[in-house]
Design a protein around this ligand. Sequence first.
Ligand SMILES: [Zn+2]
Length: 332
Amino acid sequence: MIEGLWRARALGRLPHALLFEGPAGIGKYHSALWFAQGLFCERSAQPDWSEPCGECGGCKRCTAGSHPDLFVLDPLAEELESIPVARIAARDDGGDSASDFFSLRPMEGGMRIAIMREFDRANVQAQNALLKTLEEPGDSALIVLESARPDLLLATVRSRCVVVRFEALEHGDARAVLGAAGAGGSDAEHLVDWAEGSPGKAMALEKEGAVAVRQQIAAVLSGEVDPLVASQQVLELPGEFGGKTSAAQVRTRTRAALQLLIAVLRDGLHHAAGVDRGGLAHGDLVASAPHEEQSWRYAMEQVVALSGEVELNLTPLGILDRAFLALPRPSR
Ligand SMILES: [Zn+2]
């Protein structure tokens, strides 16, 4: 897919705005960085060139994040819940917004490329601010937006981009990607299933200790462990979570646990509605703890509502306590 875009450049037919859309965690953002590196690779003009060499100055400045003609807005790395208009619109103070970036000529004589990860996090003002650049991008400009939720983009933004659609990998391919990255181990099969075939998400699940969290969920559903013991455990299990402060990391951990709970509850609902366990990522778990559809539904409503509370008043333990207490348990 990226090779096709490089060819389009060679033919002088590369659009000025691209939208990389498709499921989360399948490598759209890293593909965008790879794509940009190929456009900056000094050897790309050679006839037998097929991908970034990794050794020229252009390639090295890309991988070091220091290329003067590459603007990267990564709300995950910057821990921005939403992309503010100040990062997009031109500023009077010589700021570092996308518009400020595009107002300058290319430093190295080639293209000027902006990559914006999860652009669906941009609020309406920020998206509107980008419209101006999308309408008159300038000859050397290229904008690559990445999103797993393109429905949250303004129609005006979307319509000005050429959509490059990324599909989820086959589970076998996803496991191969995991293996190549040295991740997953003996859990790779489960992790890929739980991640719906996304190697990026599977790696995140591994780092977050999802296997152990899921054991706690299973133990509550089968009545082996008290919900309040499980919720405490989940906060204490080993795992790596994003966030600058320990409070932020605990919130990330809480959100991850709630997401896993929702995935299990969704499968519980499906199983109660008659879907075969073989077709469900958590089919083994929900089949071993059969509950009434209404119990799954009640738990789902509670946990989904609690997901909206993570940034608000409740403590992470308070949220997880409520979530685990809402789970269906065997009647005694
Ligand atoms: Zn190169």
